[in-house]
Design a binder for this molecule. Structure first.
Ligand code: UD1
Length: 327
């Protein structure tokens, strides 16, 4: 079996690509390299190009004998999606629609899609279940939901089946510290904590300590990127065995506050995290963590890594790669 991995040169895509290969499948990575990095692909078969290029998709599917797809390629900066919505609708939504149609025309019927917990917006209650109300609070989130819905219609009207994985907060780095997130381009908490603890930033800014949470800071569900990668392999196996289309949360089911992350980082690294408290970031919910029962019951997947593993792997990666893959 050969898997086309769009966006396989990015943070989650590259770590998942490696695990899919280790699981015994062939791969071909498609990435524009606008945000991904060639080095992250290593010696995996690679094609530089766009998901919206239908002729290219047809050629890649035929030449590589593609029968499964994992679709990561998308823009993902929430703030930018609000200032430049057209860029997000065009690339994420229109691009994905063109990809799915090209796959359908080529006879590819199994797609795993990289969705997000951002489709829940501010949850009405936690832990969040897949059947809970959806409330996109950014253009970015809306584009991911539109892609889920597009796949849903392909599933109803054609023989294409899909698994939509709604990621909670992907964090950490590959076990061997060679693949990880580039803090120069990330808005997320853990890269910023690492920047501060390693002295590449004067201090971490904590966005609000007046939330209605135990310590006042935001609570999230941090999922180790290696565990997240395993969820994709489980989803491919599920579809290969004939599983019907399904949407699953990918999280641990545990809420962790910003202060918990700081305390864990200090314990694991033995270093102080300089930080300052600032006002809340616009659009941040106080609390969001997953109910992961569905993915556990359907795929038998559950996380194997702890918060300590997330922090120690992130620390090892950022220490050796302060300039990401350009280090
Ligand atoms: C963000 C995106 C979400 C996306 C996810 C993964 C928003 C509103 N949501 O989720 O759509 O799917 O990243 O890419 O942007 N924090 C700080 N200081 C920082 C950075 C973050 O205190 O410098 C806090 C935040 O307020 C939040 C927590 O840390 O409470 C996690 O933030 P972050 O890593 O940005 O993830 P989310 O906002 O949950």
């Amino acid at each position: 079996m050969t898997v086309l991995i769009t966006g396989g040169a990015g943070y989650i895509g590259s770590i998942t690509t490696r695990l899919i290969r280790a699981s015994g499948r062939g791969v071909v990575v498609l990435d524009t390299l606008e945000n991904g990095h060639r080095k992250a692909v290593g010696d995996a078969p690679f094609v530089q190009g766009d998901i919206a290029d239908s002729d290219l998709i047809a050629r890649v599917v035929a030449e590589h004998g593609v029968d499964e797809v994992v679709h990561f390629a998308a823009y993902k900066a929430v703030g930018e999606s609000m200032s430049n919505p057209g860029k997000y609708f065009n690339n994420n939504v229109t691009g994905s629609q063109k990809l799915f149609e090209a796959l359908h025309q080529a006879g590819v019927t199994r797609v795993v899609f990289s969705s997000t917990a951002a489709v829940y917006g501010t949850p009405q209650s936690v832990p969040v279940r897949e059947t809970d109300a959806l409330s996109c609070e950014s253009v970015y989130a809306e584009t991911k939901l539109m892609i889920e819905k597009t796949l849903g219609w392909y599933s109803q009207t054609t023989d294409m089946r899909n698994v939509c994985l709604r990621y909670f907060n992907a964090a950490g780095a590959s076990d061997d510290s060679t693949l990880g997130e580039d803090w120069r381009f990330s808005q997320n908490l853990i890269p910023h904590v690492m920047k501060a603890v390693l002295g590449f930033a004067p201090a971490l800014t904590v966005f609000g300590n007046d939330f209605p949470t135990p310590d006042g800071t935001g609570v999230r569900d941090y999922i180790h990127v290696e565990d997240l990668a395993r969820a994709h392999v489980a989803a491919l196996d599920y579809l290969a065995k004939g599983g019907h289309s399904i949407t699953c949360n990918v999280g641990t089911g545990h809420g962790t506050s910003v202060m918990d992350i700081i305390a864990t980082t200090e314990r694991v690294t033995g270093k102080k995290v300089p930080y300052e408290i600032a006002g809340r970031r616009a659009g941040d919910p106080s609390e969001c963590y997953a109910d992961p029962r569905r993915i556990n019951e359907t795929f038998g997947w559950s996380p194997t890594r702890s918060l300590d593993d997330i922090i120690s792997s992130a620390y090892a990666w950022h220490t050796s790669h302060p300039h990401g893959h350009d280090s």
